[in-house]
Design a protein around this ligand. Sequence first.
Ligand SMILES: Cc1ncc(COP(=O)(O)O)c(C=O)c1O
Length: 412
Amino acid sequence: MTAPSLADSDPEVAGLVEAERLRQARTISLVASENFASRAVREAAGSVLTNKYAQGYPGARHYPDCGAVDAVEEAARTRARSLFRADHANVQPSSGALANVAVYQALLRPGESVLAMDPAVGGHETHGDPHHASGKYHRFSFYGVDASGRINLAEVRRRARAVRPRMIIAGGCLYPRSTPVGEFVGIAREAGSLLMVDMAHFAGFVAAGLHENPCPVADVVTSTTHKTLRGPRGGLILCRSAHAAAVDAGVFPGTHGGPLMHIVAAKAVAFAEAATSVFCAYQERVIANARALCEALASRGLPSVTGGTDTHMVVVDLRTRGVRGDTVEAALSRAGILSNACPVPGDPKPKDGTSGLRLGTPSVTTRGMGAEQMRRLASFVASVVEAPGDGALLERLRGEVQELAEAFPPPD
Ligand SMILES: Cc1ncc(COP(=O)(O)O)c(C=O)c1O
């Protein structure tokens, strides 16, 4: 007798899953951190590996009969090392946030100092936000961006010389340009600091050879696996051999228990996918689409921070338009386009609403959209910026957005 399906055993949850599938198919996500994982990745993530406890590491588990999951984790580690040219990979972190926490646990003592990007201009919460464990247990100071929105390397150098932090962090969640890895390496060396690069947003480009690879030159590199990398939701740590034992201990027992072996398997699948020429061509299109979107927005009077993009991300500066980012995000959402309100450098209103809008092209590119569709999306965004309160406009756009979405369905 076959077991009952999800729909038979739990119609409520099955109905919600179906509602989410339909939502994804009928709307367009310009959220820079979202993507569509392949069927193979989702199959591994939904596999019987979820049943297996495997606390520990391959060959040294705290549970019996781990032969198959040992081989899965070995495959994931080997593929990650080869993809990113790293000495060592830990594929167990359950998320990008926990990958970062595990690194702090591994390489920092409580109270040690860290220099990271200011959260007000795009540093991630796990890089020293006072509400996050990192900000509670370590002494963070911050660097920002210059008037054009580029990382202010002179300020990074000045602060590094003054503070001599134990660790410097490069990488954030709101930076549309390539991260100047080489410059950070020089600054960290001069200050005697460890360098951690959080490549959560640009890992896909590193895998495709389209962004400087931090792995051979940084002490430790963290990432998510679900953004540009297009794998399952999860985290990843890559590091030099010298830090391997500390990093592994920082993950388990430092911050994690039993690894999610079904997700580790899905990461292995995603790393193999990312090593293909098809994936490299995909990443080239992600960047080309972001540039097309950026140019089309500029032609509609919507400039972006730094005046362009090298990545999947466009940060629209709304300051001259008299409209808040959160207002535009909500109106776009009513029209079926998903985005994120965000601050812009020098934002005059970070408290009562932000002045920027973060857009990204990973998921529309996975759907097969190209420059023509980017121009269309830019025109939708521009119309909404002009009249975010116009209910009839948003209703009409919702129909057009759904038509466009259905012409480019997500992968099966
Ligand atoms: C730079 C950066 N680091 C870490 C994270 C955290 O990843 P997760 O949401 O998987 O915890 C994010 C997520 O947005 C991020 O942008």
